[in-house]
Design a protein around this ligand. Structure first.
Ligand code: ADP
Ligand code: MG
Length: 489
């Protein structure tokens, strides 16, 4: 275990830098693992380190430990000293969101924090000890006398942020701000759905500012942590200190401001911090999952202030951007992805980049464990469960049928019908072919969907299509055109 852990630290050092290893992982011990259950237990010195690792590095933990341990999937549990025997496990998603009530029936997820049962019974447990009280190792970025951690994750940079039509405005504005702090877009408000790169962009901006202006006082904070830190500051009668700390900054990055919702006192405090920074022309960057005016439970004076500068949205990336992101991530992990496979993974109905990364991870882990090259067949197999979720409503079947029907100017009902004329039969065979190629359904369910045919008809149809691709150039051309549309849809 010691050797594996040392190996793991080396990898993390390469990927995340030695500061991350020194700050977060050095004090963690690899306590136990159970190859049968895929269970890995880590011990951290305190709850804050547990939470931090869980929130920021669980992806790295899962990827590299599962590789090093040769386990296809692992269940990493991290607890602090003295808690590991009590085995009350908080699923990762709950640990992120302390507003959800915890019950013993809460299911366990892949990566979990272990918390002592006593703290679960407190009415509003602070998720994180306040920074004032914390015994955290200090990360220095060389600014001023207050050299506390600025919370920036060095892994998120402009370099590894792929720009496409759906995020170009947010990216360009963030980039422009680096050398114009407080001057051009203040505040800048980035909004967009989950997993689309808001957090990445906030950190990239912060990291670039540090690179260009090492003396700048910067702080990145998630709204949840800001709220918790504020609550603690009140509890310990330190709210003036809290306020001063934020009002002294040159750049304040607050992520996910929708979580200010209904936190009246915190909003009041944030309002004053905002005003001071704004008046002093200090830069404020905010992110949210919605447009400021649509944040429920946010005071209108804050809503309006959040819209004073530039509002930039990030939308779901198009296929090309998804492919470019996959390529970049694959290259970084030295995974070989050919064009067809990259296109296949990117074209799955993945709604955000986090899911895209997850898909790549699953495929590359499978390939490395089985020592096979990555093929489209393998990707299909490995991503089966992921797709099951998305396919429940038969959207993909519908989509395939609609696109083919539209291309040939006929109705989807004709394709499902018993009509035997030669043209319709070929088109129907093409539908079978695409359903097999692009979905994970059984031959029988494909047959059922298209007019209750049996699975042997589907096999026959696929064989026919493969023949026609070779022998009938017009058919092959139509098929290629429809395939491209399907991939883009
Ligand atoms: P959000 O904060 O919007 O929920 P994140 O910033 O956490 O999303 O992004 C989720 C994951 O996707 C991160 O690992 C991030 O690095 C990656 N990601 C998002 N957008 C891009 C992009 N344009 N280029 C490369 N990686 C991206
Ligand atoms: Mg985020």
């Amino acid at each position: 275990m010691q050797l594996i852990w040392e190996e793991f630290l080396k990898i993390i050092k390469e990927e995340a830098g030695s500061q991350v290893v020194e700050t977060w992982f050095k004090a963690v011990t690899f306590k136990h693992w159970d190859p049968e259950k895929g269970l890995v237990i880590l011990e951290a010195p305190n709850q804050f380190v547990c939470k931090w690792i869980q929130e920021h590095y669980f992806g790295l933990l899962n990827t590299h430990l599962s590789r090093l341990l040769h386990l296809p999937s692992i269940n990493v549990q991290i607890g602090n000293k003295g808690q590991l025997n009590q085995k009350t496990i908080i699923p990762a998603s709950v640990a992120h969101d302390q507003r959800v009530p915890l019950t013993s029936a809460t299911p366990t997820y892949n990566t979990a924090l272990i918390k002592d049962s006593a703290s679960l019974t407190k009415p509003t447990p602070p998720a994180v000890a306040s920074f004032e009280k914390s015994t955290l190792p200090v990360v220095q970025n060389g600014y001023g006398k207050d050299q506390r951690c600025n919370n920036l994750n060095e892994l998120y940079t402009f370099d590894n942020f792929i720009v496409g039509p759906t995020n170009s405005l947010a990216h360009a504005a963030a980039y422009a701000i680096v050398n114009n702090l407080g001057k051009i877009y203040n505040p800048m408000f980035i909004y967009g759905g989950t997993g689309l790169g808001k957090t990445h962009l906030l950190h990239a901006l912060g990291n670039e500012v540090i690179r260009n202006h090492p003396q700048a006082k910067i702080r990145y904070e998630s709204t949840d942590n800001f709220v918790n830190e504020f609550i603690n500051s009140i509890r310990f009668d330190r709210s003036a200190k809290f306020r001063k700390k934020y009002q002294d900054l040159d750049l304040l990055l607050i992520d996910d401001v929708q979580f200010f919702s209904n936190k009246e006192q915190t909003q009041e405090m944030f309002f004053h911090i905002f005003n001071t920074l704004y008046e002093q022309k200090k830069q404020i960057i905010l992110s949210s999952d919605t447009f400021p005016n649509e944040i429920i439970g946010l005071q209108s004076r804050l809503k309006s202030r959040m819209g004073w500068g530039l509002i930039a949205d990030i939308q779901t990336p198009d296929l090309e951007t998804k492919i470019a992101i996959l390529r970049k991530k694959a290259a970084k992990q030295t995974v070989i992805l050919d064009d067809e496979v990259a296109c296949f993974i990117a074209s799955r109905a993945l709604s955000n980049i986090r899911e895209l990364e997850g898909a790549l991870l699953r495929v590359s882990a499978f390939a490395s464990l089985t020592h096979q090259p990555i093929t489209i067949e393998m990707a299909k197999k490995v991503l089966l469960n992921l797709q099951d979720e998305k396919r429940k409503d038969g959207v993909q079947f519908d989509n395939i049928l609609k696109l083919i029907a539209k291309h040939y100017g006929i109705s989807p009902i004709d394709i499902k019908s018993k009509k035997r004329n030669k043209n319709i039969a070929a088109i129907r065979q093409m539908a079978f072919y695409f359903m097999k190629k692009f979905t994970f359904n059984s031959l029988q369910s494909i047959g059922d969907y298209i007019g209750g045919r049996d699975h042997s008809t589907v096999i026959h149809a696929i064989g026919k299509v493969e023949e026609m691709i070779k022998s009938d150039p017009e058919f092959a051309h139509n098929l290629k055109t429809i395939e491209q549309k399907l991939l883009m849809s």
